[in-house]
Design a protein around this ligand. Structure first.
Ligand SMILES: *Cc1c(COP(=O)(O)O)cnc(C)c1O
Length: 395
């Protein structure tokens, strides 16, 4: 059989993945597992998904040749403009897919958890679009830190419920969402925001985000006469924008994949989110993967200047890409990312999300050949991060 880096029938990428969930959650996850591929294959599902991606999200997102950036680093750099999507990032590709899935499963109530609020906003957006009830769990500390996104969710009609236990951040919000789902198994769908969680979530989310590499293939064919770049580069929090950009190239080893993680204040500073380098095998959010933990298995608090990369684990696809060597993993510090974000703004007139700035910083770490075609997934726009940029650069 041909070697694949994609998921196997049992829901594993190599040794990573699976569904490690409480017994009480089993019926919900099993209902999804038994139906998701069937539903995604229905012509009417595909038609509605494609229609909304086109007319609501604004797809296809352009593949833009960044001329001045390319000249500076003496290689051919293309930017996949997910920042131009409605709501400003790639996350909406997934929430559109999952709201359609929820409707097909007869669900009328949506729950989600959010840390920085970006996934909460993407979820509240599609719930408004479809007229479904939306409850977003968020740590009390995060609610205070992310006021603009909390306001957006409320304006979109969502209820934001504070998680008051533990460290009152993302993992506590996740626990609350899981508890809610256990108590409301019949009418509720849980929209997970990245390629994390129990099987089938990582695979389902990767398939919804796969539109990114599907478009890169034909867009690059138009521009360069080949569907295959030499490199695809993406930043990794949970891993969904990278999974989308890598998806159609996973088993094509001519195309090199680079995943960029947040090194925070330095990989070994104790304040980082470089999960693959620092992580050990463990269970988080219902799947077996690499996560940052203490010797006795307690999850360590991650840190990054970018809220979207500030996650202690990485999805099982990426854990496998790391241990198998299929993708190269590079870590970028806060300072390197901020500098790269400023550089893109001034060379190309594009202010990137700080998450994305991490991938752009790669050109100072790695040299590419003049004729290399390098595609960077520009996962999001920087409007949400303006205050961070202002404080950092004293603008
Ligand atoms: C949420 C987010 C990320 C990180 O999430 P992934 O699931 O790893 O893609 C990266 N970039 C932006 C702009 C985000 O909003």
């Amino acid at each position: 059989m041909k070697k694949t880096y994609n998921i196997n029938k049992k829901g594993y990428y190599g040794e990573f993945g699976g569904a490690y969930i409480p017994e009480m959650l089993y019926p919900n996850v099993e209902e999804l597992r038994q139906n998701y591929l069937k539903i995604m294959a229905e012509p009417s599902f595909k038609e509605e998904f494609d229609h909304l991606l086109k007319d609501y999200v604004g797809r296809p997102s352009p593949l833009y040749f960044a001329k001045r950036l390319s000249e500076k680093y003496n290689t051919k750099i293309y930017l996949k403009r997910e920042d131009l999507n409605h709501t400003g990032a790639h996350k909406v590709n997934n929430t559109i897919g999952q709201i359609l899935m929820a409707q097909r499963l007869g669900k009328t109530r949506i729950i989600a958890e959010t840390g920085a609020g970006q996934h909460g906003v993407a979820t509240a957006t599609v719930c408004a679009l479809m007229g479904l009830k939306c409850i977003v769990y968020m740590g009390e500390i995060d609610i205070a830190r992310q006021a603009p996104n909390v306001a957006r969710m409320k304006m979109l009609g969502a209820e934001v419920r504070p998680a008051l236990s533990g460290s009152r951040t993302l993992k506590d919000a996740t626990n609350e969402a899981i508890r809610d789902w256990i108590n409301n198994p019949v009418d509720t769908h849980y929209i997970i925001g990245s390629v994390v969680g129990p099987h089938p979530y990582p695979d389902m989310v990767a398939r919804f985000q796969a539109i990114v590499s599907e478009e890169i293939q034909w867009q690059l064919k138009d521009k360069e006469g080949t569907t295959k770049p030499d490199y695809v580069i993406a930043c990794v929090g949970g891993g969904s924008n990278a999974a989308g950009a890598f998806y159609h190239y996973l088993d094509d080893t001519d195309v090199k994949l680079i995943a960029v993680e947040a090194a925070g204040k330095g990989i070994h500073s104790g304040e980082s989110a470089a999960t693959s380098v620092l992580g050990k095998e463990g269970i988080i959010h219902g799947s077996k993967t690499l996560l940052m933990q203490t010797n006795d298995g307690q999850i360590t608090e991650p840190y990054s200047i970018s809220a979207g990369l500030d996650y202690p684990g990485v999805g099982p696809m990426h854990a496998h890409l790391y241990t198998s060597g299929r993708a190269e993993f590079i870590s970028i510090t806060d300072d390197e990312a901020m500098t790269a974000g400023l550089e893109l703004s001034q060379l190309e007139g594009i202010i990137p999300a700080i998450e994305t700035s991490h991938s752009l910083a790669i050109f100072n770490q790695k040299k590419f050949k003049e004729n290399d075609i390098v595609v960077i997934n520009l996962s999001g726009r920087g409007d949400k991060d303006l205050q961070n940029y202002i404080d950092y650069f004293k603008l």
